[in-house]
Design a protein around this ligand. Structure first.
Ligand code: ZN
Length: 699
C-alpha cells in the first residue's frame, strides 16, 4: 500500500479515538490542573458554600498577592448621593455578612487607593469590569462559574503557553470560533473522537456533538491573553452577592442534596424581614411567605414600573393584591419597599424617579427616587459603581458588566422593563450578545422578550451608567445536579473574559465587528443573476448568520431602475435613452444558504424586481441593508455605486432565443451593442472571454 493510500484512509476514517488517546488522563476526566492534591476529586464536582467560597478567595489572595486583593463589602464614608454610610450598611440583614469580592489587576497593591471602596490597584488607564454571581440564592451555578474564572486567572497569569489538555499543543483552541470557520472546535480534536460505539463527541450529554462544554472544545485558551487582560483591566469579581439567601437556601430551605429536596424551587431573595404585617409571619423570622427582597428587582432604574409577568401588580408591596393573597404564598419577585424619604429635601416625595428624565422640571434628574437600592446587597453594588471613580469624572468606570444567573441557557441584554422597545445601543448589544451566545451555544435575546422585569441589575447599569450589561442564564436547573458542575462551568468560562476584553470600548468594538461582518455580505453581481424568461427578476443577497438585519422595506431594499432605447428601430442605433426613476423592492427571507466572501455560511435573502418582460436594455440595481435597531445602513455595492444588468426583450421569446434575436437585431445597427447582447447569452467566464475575443476580432 502506498503512503498516499494510507493517508487517504486515515483522513476518511478518523473515528475510533477515545479522549485518552489524545489528551492527558486529568484533562479527560476534568481534573483541573490547578486543583490542590487534596481537592483533586472534589474540584468542581461539588458546590462551594459561603464559608468555603470565602476560604478559597483568601487562599488565592495569599498565593497571588500581585494580582488579587480580597474584600468584603465596602468601607463606607460619604457616598455619591451625599449619604454617610458605614461598613455595616452592606451586611446581610440576617446572617450579617457582607458580600465577598476580589479586586483583580496586575500590581494590585500599587495604583491609587480608594478609601470609600477600600481597594488598591486603581489605575486611570485601566478599564474596569464588574462580574456578579448569585443575585438569586438558589442559582448555584451562577457563583460557581465566577469561582472557576477566579481559579483560571490565578493559574494562567504569567503561566504562558501552558498545555491545558496535555496534547502537546499550546493555545490551539481559544474561546469562541477564533478562525471564523463556523466551528467552535478550532483544532478539530473533539471532532476526531469516536461517535460509535461510545459518542465521545458529546461528552457533556447535551445532545450536541463538539459544542461548548464538550471535551476538546475551547479547551486551550491563551494564557498570554489572560495575562494581558489582567494587566490592562481592573476586574471586580463578586461571586456570591446574596450571601444571606445562599446560606438560608442551602442550610434551611433546601436540605442537602438540594437537587432532590428542591428539584424545581428553592430560596431566591435576600433575607429582609418584612414583618408580621400584612402577611402572616408569626415568628417574625425568615419564612416562605413573604420575607426577603428580590435583589434583581431592587435596582432603581424604572423601579416598580408595573409590567406584568414577574413584578407585583402593586410595587412596594409583597403580594399582588388582597384578592390574590390567599392564592399566593410566596412572592418571589418582591421589589422592596417604597422609598419614604424626601431624597432631595424639597418638600416633595418621589417626584423624580430614576428613569433618566427630569420628571419635575427642576433641572435635576432622578434625584428623588420612588424605591429601589434599599437592600444591603444592592446598595453595595450601587456604591461600588458610583464610588469607584478612577478618573474623577463622576461617571461609572464600568463600561461592561456581567451578571450570572441560572437557569435557561440564555444571554440577555437590556431592556428588561419595557416590551417592544429598544435601547439606543441595540445593534451593538445584539452583536456582543451573539458572541457570548456563540461561545456558550446559548440563545441571545432581549431581556424583556423572555419576560418583562423591573429594577434589574442590567437596566440600572445600562440605563443610569451606560454600561454594556449582560445577564447569563446558566444551565438547566437552579440546583443543578453536582455531576453537571464541571462541564457547565467550563462551558460558561469564556463569558467573563470576553466582557473584560470589551471593557475598553464595547460600542466601538461592536461597530467594528458589525462593519467587518457587513463586508463579507454581498448582493449578486449581474453575471450571477438569473433572468427568467418571464416575470420578476430575482436578485439575491448573501447575509451573515447573526447579522441583525431588518426586513422593514424603509431600511432594507433593492433600488432599481431601467434604461431603454426609445428608438430601437431607427437608422443607425439608439441615440435616445429613457431612464426610469429609482423604485424600491423589498427583501424576503429564504431558507437557502450561501457562501459569504470569507467562506462562512450565510443565508439568502431575495428581492424580486418587477421588471416588465418588455424591457430591453439595462436594469440598474443597488441594495441597502438596515440593521434591526435601524442604527446602521449598509450599501451594496458601496459608495452609491450600482450594478448594471443587461436585459433583453423577454415578451414572446424564451431567454436564449430572445438573446439571439437581439444579437442579430442590434449588430445590424450598432457594434457597440454587441457586447451587451453577447453578455446576456453567455453566463460563464470562459464563454465571456470567448465573446470578448470575438469583439476584439471584430474591431
Ligand atoms: Zn436569577
Amino acid at each position: 500500500m502506498s503512503p498516499l493510500v494510507a493517508s487517504t484512509i486515515a483522513q476518511d476514517e478518523p473515528s475510533g479515538l477515545a479522549p485518552t488517546d489524545i489528551w492527558s488522563e486529568d484533562y479527560s476526566n476534568e481534573i483541573f490542573p490547578w486543583a490542590p492534591e487534596s481537592d483533586r476529586d472534589r474540584q468542581f464536582k461539588e458546590y462551594h458554600t459561603y464559608e468555603t467560597t470565602k476560604a478559597l478567595m483568601l487562599q488565592l489572595e495569599q498565593e497571588n498577592p500581585d494580582i488579587f486583593e480580597f474584600h468584603e463589602g465596602l468601607l463606607g464614608g460619604v457616598n455619591a448621593r451625599g449619604e454617610t454610610v458605614t461598613a455595616d450598611t452592606y451586611e446581610g440583614w440576617y446572617y450579617g455578612y457582607s458580600s465577598p469580592w476580589m479586586k483583580i489587576t496586575g500590581d494590585v497593591q500599587d495604583g491609587e487607593y480608594n478609601e470609600f471602596v477600600g481597594d488598591n490597584g486603581n489605575y486611570a488607564d485601566r478599564h474596569d469590569v464588574m462580574i456578579v454571581g448569585n443575585h438569586h440564592a438558589r442559582e448555584w451555578m451562577s457563583y460557581t462559574v465566577a469561582l472557576m474564572q477566579l481559579e483560571v486567572i490565578a493559574f494562567s497569569y504569567n503561566n504562558i503557553g501552558y498545555d491545558n489538555d496535555g496534547d502537546g499543543l499550546v493555545d490551539e483552541d481559544p474561546w469562541g470560533d477564533s478562525n471564523n470557520d463556523g466551528i467552535l472546535d478550532d483544532d478539530g480534536d473533539c471532532l476526531a473522537l469516536a461517535t460509535t460505539p461510545t459518542n465521545y463527541q458529546d461528552s457533556n450529554g447535551d445532545g450536541t456533538n463538539c459544542g461548548p462544554g464538550d471535551l476538546g472544545v475551547d479547551e486551550d485558551y491563551s494564557e498570554q491573553f489572560i495575562t494581558d487582560l489582567i494587566n490592562t483591566r481592573e476586574i471586580y469579581l463578586i461571586p456570591m452577592l446574596n450571601v444571606d439567601g445562599n446560606i438560608y437556601d442551602r442550610e434551611v430551605f433546601c436540605p442537602a442534596p438540594a437537587w432532590e429536596s428542591c428539584p424545581s424551587g428553592g430560596w431566591r431573595k435576600n433575607l429582609r424581614n418584612n414583618g408580621p404585617d400584612p402577611l402572616p409571619d408569626f415568628n417574625e423570622q425568615v419564612d416562605e411567605d413573604c420575607d426577603g427582597v428580590d435583589l434583581n428587582r431592587n435596582y432603581q432604574y424604572e423601579w416598580g414600573a408595573p409590567l406584568g409577568a414577574t413584578v407585583p401588580l402593586i410595587p412596594g408591596t409583597c403580594t399582588p393584591s388582597e384578592d390574590e393573597r390567599a392564592g399566593i404564598t410566596n412572592n418571589d419577585v418582591y421589589t422592596g419597599p417604597f422609598d419614604t424619604q424626601d431624597n432631595d429635601g424639597d418638600g416633595f416625595l418621589n417626584e423624580d424617579n430614576v428613569d433618566g428624565e427630569d420628571d419635575d422640571n427642576d433641572g435635576r434628574t432622578d434625584e428623588d427616587w420612588a424605591g429601589g437600592n434599599s437592600e444591603p446587597e444592592t446598595r453595595f453594588i450601587q456604591d461600588l459603581t458610583e464610588m469607584n471613580d478612577d478618573v474623577g469624572n463622576g461617571a461609572s468606570e464600568f463600561k461592561s458588566t456581567l451578571t450570572h444567573h441560572s437557569y435557561s441557557e440564555l444571554i440577555l441584554y437590556p431592556w428588561g422593563h419595557c416590551t417592544g422597545c429598544e435601547t439606543t445601543d441595540h445593534d451593538q448589544l445584539v452583536y456582543h450578545g451573539d458572541k457570548l451566545a456563540e461561545m456558550t451555544d446559548y440563545t441571545n435575546m432581549q431581556s424583556s422578550d423572555l419576560y418583562p422585569t423591573t429594577g434589574d441589575f442590567c437596566d440600572w447599569h445600562y440605563g443610569v451608567h451606560g454600561s454594556y450589561c449582560y445577564t447569563s442564564e446558566i444551565g438547566t436547573a437552579f440546583h443543578q445536579h453536582e455531576d453537571d458542575i464541571d462541564h457547565i462551568a467550563v462551558r460558561n468560562l469564556g463569558t467573563g473574559f470576553y466582557m473584560a476584553e470589551i471593557a475598553d470600548n464595547p460600542r466601538e468594538r461592536a461597530d467594528l465587528g458589525i462593519a467587518n461582518i457587513s463586508q463579507n455580505q454581498f448582493i449578486q453581481m449581474p453575471d450571477m443573476v438569473n433572468v427568467p424568461s418571464t416575470g420578476s427578476i430575482p436578485v439575491d443577497m448573501c447575509v451573515a448568520n447573526g447579522f441583525a438585519y431588518s426586513l422593514d422595506q424603509s431600511v432594507s431594499h433593492v433600488m432599481y431602475r431601467t434604461v431603454q432605447p426609445t428608438r430601437l428601430q431607427s437608422d443607425y442605433g439608439p441615440k435616445e435613452w429613457s431612464t426610469t426613476e429609482w423604485s424600491m423592492a423589498p427583501f424576503e427571507e429564504t431558507s437557502s444558504i450561501c457562501d459569504l466572501l470569507n467562506g462562512e455560511n450565510g443565508t439568502v435573502i431575495r428581492s424580486n424586481l418587477p421588471v416588465p418582460d418588455t424591457v430591453s436594455g439595462q436594469v440598474h440595481y443597488k441594495a441597502m441593508l438596515g440593521t434591526l435597531g435601524g442604527g446602521d445602513l449598509y450599501l451594496y455595492p458601496a459608495n452609491g455605486e450600482y450594478y448594471v444588468l443587461e436585459v433583453d426583450y423577454r415578451a414572446d421569446y424564451g431567454t436564449l432565443f430572445g438573446a439571439l434575436f437581439m444579437f442579430f437585431l442590434v449588430t445590424s445597427f450598432v457594434w457597440g451593442g454587441l457586447a451587451i447582447c453577447l453578455r446576456m447569452m453567455l453566463v460563464d467566464e470562459n464563454e465571456k472571454e470567448f465573446a470578448e475575443a470575438l469583439l476584439e476580432d471584430g474591431n
